[in-house]
Write a protein of this length. Structure first.
Lengths: 291, 354
C-alpha cells in the first residue's frame, strides 16, 4: 500500500515536471536553445498569482492572471533577449538565458523581498479516502490537469496548422521559411505556449505547498530539464514520459528511508546514466550531423 | 624590436609581471608589518577569484562549452582538501606542507569529479554540459551538507585550519601564476590548437583526426583541478567551509567575471576578477539586507548586455564603430597602429551552421 501511495504521489509530481519539461523541450526543439529562464518564469507566475490573490481574492482569477502574465513575459524575453542573438553562437544564447534567469530572480527579490510568501488561498487541502489511505485532492487535480494539458497539446501540435508549422520549424528552420512559414512568429508562439505551461505548473506546485520564494522554479526547472533529456530533448511525448518517470523515481526514492536524503543525487545519477547509455533519450531521435 | 613584438610580449607576460610585482610589494609590506589585515584578506580573495575566472575561462573561452558548476568543483575541492588539512594538522602542524598536500588533494579530487561529470556530457554536442554541471553544483552542495556531521560538519560546516594571514596570499598568488602559466602554455601548444579548432568547428576538427572527446575532457579536467585548488585556498582563507558558500549564484559570479573580461581572454578574466572581487568587498558594507540583491541584478545585466553587444548579428556595424579599440585610437596620435589581435579567441565565426 505504501508503494501505491508513493506511486500516485510520484505520478502527480511527475505530471508537474512533465508540464515544465514540455516548455523546455518545445523551446529546445524549435528555437534550438536551452531556455534557462523557464524555471524563473514559473516563479514570476507564482508572484503574479500572489499579487492577484491579494487584490481580487479568488484563486481562479489568480491563475488566469498568471497565465496571461507569463505569456507576455515569455514573449518579451524572447523578443528582447533571445531574438537579437538568433544566428549567433549557441554559447552566447546560453549565457544570455542565464542572465535573464538571474535578472528575473533578482527583480522578484527587489519587488517582493527575500521572505517566503504564503498564498494559502491557493492551497487545496483535504483528501480523497480510499479504505485506509488518502490521496490529497491536489494530487488528483495535478493528475487531471496533466492529462488535459498533454491531450490538448498533442492535438494542437499534430493537427492544427500552427502546430504543424512548429514541427516543420523544429525539423528545418530554413526549409520552413522557404515554405512560407513565419518562423519568427512560430518561435514567439512556442515561447508563449511554454510560458503558459510554466504558469500552470506554478499553480500546481503552489496548490500542494503554498510557499513562494524567488527560487520557486529553480530546482523544479533543473529537474524538468533532466526529465526532458531523459525522455529525449525536443520530443513532446518524450517530455511527458520523462517527466512522469522522473516524478515516480523521485517519489519512490523518497519513500525509502536510506535513500531519502539523497533523492536529488539519485535523479542526477539517472541523468548521467541516460547520457552515457542513450544520449538521445527514451523517445528522442539521434540526428546525424551533416556538413 | 618593433612595436608589434613588444605588444605581443606584453600581452603574454604583462599579467605575470604585474601579479608578481603586487605579490612582492605586499610581501615586503607584510614583512615590515605595515600591511593592513583587510588588504591581505582582499588579496587572498582576489587571488582565488583570478584562479576561478581563468580556469572557467578555459572552458568557456577555449572549449566553447558552458560550465555552471564551477562553484561545485570548488566545493568538492574545499571540503576534501579541507578534510585533509584537518587530518594532517595534528601530524604536520598548520604548516606549508599541510597546505600544499591539501591543495594537491583538493585539486585532484575536483579533477576526478570533472572527469566523471564531463565524460557523459562532453561526448555529446549541445548544451548538455551546462545542465549537467548546474545539477552537479547543486547536488555536490547537498551531499556535503547531508553527509554525517562527524565527517563534514553538516549544516554548520567543516572547521578547517586558517593559514597564517601574512603569508597565505603569497601561496595564493603563486597558484595564480601557476594557473595562468598552465592555461597559456596549454593554449599555445599543439593540444591548445586542437582545442580551439574543436571550438571553431567540431566536425572539421573531427575530420582532421582530432580526438574531440579526449581534448574536451582534458581541458575540463584541468579547469576543475584549478577550481578545486581555489576551493582549498578558500577553506584556508575562511577557516570554515559551509556548503552555502558554493551556491549557484557563485558560479554565475565567476561566469560574469569571464564574460566581463571578454570570453577567451585570459588577461581580461584577470582584470574582471580583480574588479568584481574588489567591488564585492566594497559593496558588501554598502548594500545590506534586501539591497544585496542589487548586485545580482547588476551581474545579470552585465551578462545580457555584454553578450548581446558582442554577438548580436544585427549589431555588427555598431560594434565595428563603437568598440574599445576605436575608443583607444582616439588617444593615439597620427598613425594609429592597426594591431591584429594575437588570436581571435573570443570571437566565434558566424558560419557555425556551415
Amino acid at each position: 500500500m505504501k508503494f501505491l501511495i508513493a506511486l500516485i504521489n510520484g505520478l502527480s509530481a511527475g505530471g508537474t515536471y512533465a508540464i515544465i519539461a514540455l516548455g523546455y523541450t518545445m523551446v529546445y526543439g524549435i528555437a534550438k536553445m536551452l531556455n534557462f529562464a523557464h524555471g524563473d518564469v514559473i516563479m514570476a507566475g507564482g508572484y503574479m498569482m500572489f499579487v492577484t490573490l491579494t487584490l481580487l481574492g479568488h484563486p481562479l482569477w489568480a491563475v488566469a492572471a498568471a497565465v496571461v502574465f507569463c505569456v507576455v513575459l515569455g514573449i518579451v524575453i524572447e523578443r528582447f533577449a533571445y531574438r537579437p542573438l538568433r544566428g549567433a553562437s549557441p554559447l552566447a544564447v546560453l549565457i544570455t538565458a542565464i542572465g535573464v534567469s538571474s535578472l528575473l530572480q533578482s527583480l522578484a527579490q527587489i519587488l517582493f523581498g527575500s521572505a517566503t510568501k504564503m498564498p494559502v488561498k491557493l492551497q487545496i487541502s483535504g483528501a480523497f479516502k480510499i479504505g485506509s489511505f488518502d490521496i490529497a485532492y491536489s494530487t488528483l487535480i495535478t493528475l487531471a490537469v496533466t492529462v488535459v494539458v498533454m491531450a490538448v497539446l498533442t492535438l494542437f501540435v499534430n493537427y492544427s496548422k500552427t502546430g504543424r508549422a512548429m514541427i516543420a520549424v523544429s525539423e528545418d528552420r530554413d526549409a520552413a521559411l522557404l515554405m512560407g512559414i513565419n518562423t519568427n512568429a512560430i518561435i514567439t508562439i512556442t515561447f508563449a505556449i511554454g510560458s503558459a505551461l510554466a504558469a500552470i505548473a506554478g499553480y500546481l506546485m503552489l496548490c500542494k505547498a503554498p510557499s513562494l520564494s524567488t527560487t520557486l522554479g529553480a530546482m523544479p526547472g533543473i529537474k524538468a530539464f533532466t526529465a526532458a533529456v531523459i525522455g529525449g530533448i525536443g520530443s513532446i511525448p518524450g517530455a511527458m514520459v520523462g517527466g512522469i518517470l522522473l516524478g515516480v523515481i523521485e517519489s519512490l526514492s523518497y519513500s525509502v528511508p536510506a535513500l531519502a536524503p539523497y533523492t536529488d543525487a539519485v535523479e542526477f545519477a539517472i541523468l548521467i546514466i541516460v547520457l552515457l547509455v542513450k544520449p538521445s533519450g527514451i523517445l528522442g531521435k539521434m540526428r546525424r550531423e551533416k556538413v | 624590436m618593433d612595436k608589434k613584438a613588444v605588444f605581443n610580449f606584453l600581452k603574454r607576460y604583462l599579467s605575470y609581471i604585474i601579479i608578481a610585482a603586487v605579490a612582492l610589494f605586499y610581501t615586503v609590506m607584510s614583512l615590515t608589518g605595515s600591511a593592513k589585515t583587510a588588504d591581505l584578506y582582499l588579496l587572498e580573495k582576489i587571488a582565488i577569484a583570478i584562479i576561478l575566472a581563468v580556469s572557467l575561462g578555459m572552458v568557456v573561452g577555449f572549449l566553447g562549452e558552458l560550465s555552471l558548476g564551477h562553484a561545485g568543483f570548488m566545493c568538492v575541492g574545499a571540503y576534501l582538501g579541507g578534510k585533509v588539512s584537518v587530518i594532517l594538522e595534528p601530524v604536520l602542524g598548520n604548516s606549508f606542507p599541510t597546505l600544499l598536500i591539501s591543495i594537491i588533494v583538493g585539486g585532484l579530487v575536483a579533477a576526478l569529479a570533472g572527469v566523471v561529470i564531463g565524460l557523459p556530457a562532453l561526448r555529446l554536442r549541445g548544451d548538455y554540459l551546462a545542465i549537467v554541471t548546474l545539477a552537479f553544483g547543486e547536488i555536490a552542495r547537498s551531499l556535503f551538507m547531508n553527509a554525517p556531521e562527524a565527517l563534514f560538519g553538516g549544516t554548520t560546516g567543516l572547521k578547517s585550519p586558517r593559514f597564517d594571514k601574512n603569508s597565505l596570499f603569497i601561496v595564493a598568488f603563486a597558484f595564480v601564476l601557476i594557473t595562468i602559466a598552465v592555461t597559456q602554455n596549454l593554449l599555445h601548444s599543439k593540444h591548445g590548437r586542437a582545442v580551439t579548432s574543436i571550438r571553431d568547428n567540431e566536425i572539421a576538427a573531427r575530420a582532421m583526426g582530432i580526438d574531440v572527446t579526449k581534448y574536451k575532457l582534458l581541458v575540463f579536467m584541468i579547469s576543475s583541478f584549478f577550481a578545486g585548488v581555489a576551493g582549498v585556498l578558500f577553506s584556508y582563507s575562511n577557516s570554515r567551509i559551509q556548503s552555502a558558500s558554493f551556491d549557484y549564484n557563485y558560479s554565475i559570479e565567476i561566469l560574469v567575471m569571464v564574460v566581463l573580461g571578454g570570453i577567451g581572454s585570459i588577461n581580461g578574466s584577470i582584470v574582471a576578477a580583480t574588479l568584481i572581487t574588489f567591488l564585492n568587498v566594497k559593496l558588501q558594507t554598502m548594500l545590506t539586507g534586501d539591497l544585496a540583491v542589487l548586485q545580482n541584478l547588476f551581474y545579470a545585466l552585465i551578462l545580457i548586455v555584454i553578450v548581446i553587444y558582442k554577438n548580436a548579428p544585427a549589431l555588427k556595424t555598431f560594434r565595428e564603430k563603437y568598440n574599445f579599440k576605436n575608443f583607444m585610437a582616439l588617444f593615439r596620435k597620427k598613425y594609429p597602429i592597426k594591431i591584429r589581435r594575437f588570436s581571435d579567441y573570443g570571437r566565434r565565426k558566424n558560419n557555425q551552421h556551415l
